[in-house]
Design a protein around this ligand. Structure first.
Ligand code: UT7
Length: 314
């Protein structure tokens, strides 16, 4: 019998400290108008003393509560992050202990596409009967790898965590997944560290990333729609990775989906990398836009480049 992986609970958490565009004007050669018109971002949340795992723990607890299951029922934890608290152990195992879970737990690194890659991996575990309940987390403390003197990147990023609980379901759930990677893009977006200089910062050719994101995500969204024999009208919400509102509107135009069917959180959160999609899902679930049985199209792209889509019935 066909088995699906279905989202049964969502949760998120943003650290309390907020940095506004006005704050950035004081330290960088920029203006609040430039930032908001070029990116759609007005503010972002930034950690002060919290670790990535602490953000992930609260988001996960919220997701478990919404799913109405205990941590002991989890069969697997997948933690998508670009900013693990340590090189090792995996932040996922620290999260496992913090939650009081006892299942296997591992980190997954696909930068801003991390949540899409993690959700896809979790789905395969459920479909092959290797797991029944899986916690998938996207959580980041990007503020720790931002060069706060570089106006081309410092304005973009924020910290936060989002989580979903997946459960096997005989009726509906994840319908399709697609993953792609192309390592030729390495110079366009990377952290300039190595094992000698451990603490690096995000370096980005913003305009190259901007154009590639629109191109690859539009093609991928259109392919996903076509291969699944659905029409754009059947999609209730598109939830893209939140990098730049101009990227999101350009993709929406190309695939012909109205913006009121696109979840956008950039204004208040900036780009939270692997956390942006689960944060957006949780926001739209809690404000009651996303409802049970809605068809959702998730798309994300990040450094590597790696990109992917997940089509699901909520
Ligand atoms: O999650 C995936 C990773 N990241 C992304 O997807 C980000 C993708 N890229 C972007 O969002 C945009 O490329 C940026 C917001 C980073 C930049 O916007 P843009 O429209 O691509 O601008 P640009 O890089 O072509 O720069 C235009 C001008 C330049 O000045 P000149 O050379 O025209 O004199 C920049 O130096 O804007 C300047 N500039 C700024 N000016 C004021 C760059 N950053 C700023 C700034 N404030 N913060």
């Amino acid at each position: 019998m066909k088995k699906f992986a279905r989202i049964i609970g969502t949760g998120s958490y943003l650290p309390p400290k907020i940095i506004t565009n006005e704050d950035l004007e004081k330290t960088l050669d920029t203006s609040k108008e430039w930032i908001v018109t070029r990116t759609g971002i007005e503010k972002r949340h930034i950690v002060e003393n919290q670790s990535n795992c602490e953000l992930a723990t609260i988001a996960s607890q919220n997701a478990l509560k919404a799913a109405n299951i205990s941590p002991k029922e989890l069969d697997l934890i997948i933690f998508a992050t670009t900013t693990p608290d340590k090189i090792f152990p995996a932040t996922a195992t620290v999260l496992q202990k913090a939650l009081g879970a006892s299942c296997p737990a591992f980190d997954l690194q696909a930068v801003c596409a991390g949540f899409i890659f993690a959700l896809t991996t979790a789905e395969k575990y459920i479909k092959t009967n290797s797991a029944n309940k899986v916690l998938v987390v996207g959580s980041e403390t990007l503020s720790r790898i931002v060069d706060w003197t570089d106006r081309s990147t410092a304005i973009l990023f924020g910290d936060g965590a989002g989580a979903v609980v997946l459960s096997s379901d005989l009726n509906a759930g994840i319908l399709n997944t697609k993953l792609l990677s192309d390592g030729n893009y390495l110079p366009s977006l990377q952290v300039n560290n190595n094992y000698i200089n451990q603490h690096g910062f995000i370096q980005m050719s913003g305009n190259e990333v901007f154009k590639a994101a629109i191109k690859h995500l539009s093609i991928l969204a259109l392919e996903t729609i076509k291969e699944n024999n659905i029409t754009v009208d059947e999609i209730d919400y598109m939830i893209p990775h939140q990098a730049n509102v101009r990227i999101i509107t350009a993709i929406a135009q190309r695939i012909n989906i109205p913006m009121d069917k696109v979840i956008v959180t950039l204004k208040d959160q900036g780009n939270t990398s692997a956390a942006s999609i689960p944060l957006a899902i949780d926001k739209a679930v809690r404000d009651k836009r996303i409802k049970k049985n809605n068809i959702l199209l998730l798309i994300g792209i990040g450094a590597g480049f790696s990109w992917g889509s997940v089509l699901l019935r909520f």
